[in-house]
Design a protein. Structure first.
Length: 123
């Protein structure tokens, strides 16, 4: 499949140091994606529609720890990308207020890839 640099994409980034179960990771990724979509609906509705109409591309990557996640969040905000951090409610595996995931996008794939393209995928 050829890579289209004009595509719209979303990247969901988790913290490797948290050792979340796959179910918890899926729930937190869902929160991040929904938060990003709600923000996009308010701030960039045309971009949101383009992303939805082109398959709603999402990639799930990981960073080593909270500091790396906060750095990416700041860089994404500086680039004008929709960026949402998820804090856990603390009802199951981790303490309340723990930052679990960062959602970036929907946004231009070429810009998001420059920021996140070297991150390892979640396996």
């Amino acid at each position: 499949m050829s890579r289209n640099p004009s595509e719209i994409s979303m990247v969901l980034i988790t913290r490797k140091d948290l050792k979340l179960s796959s179910g918890k990771l899926a729930a937190q990724a869902g929160h991040a994606a929904v938060n990003c979509v709600l923000t996009a609906r308010k701030l960039k509705p045309r971009l949101l529609e383009e992303w939805r109409n082109s398959g709603s591309r999402k990639i799930v990557c990981q960073v080593s720890n909270l500091e790396a996640m906060k750095r990416l969040y700041g860089e994404a905000r500086e680039l004008g990308l929709i960026s949402e951090m998820v804090k856990d409610a603390g009802r199951t595996e981790i303490p309340a207020g723990t930052i679990t995931l960062l959602g970036i996008g929907p946004g231009p794939r070429r810009v998001i890839d420059e920021l996140t393209g070297t991150l390892p995928l979640v396996k």
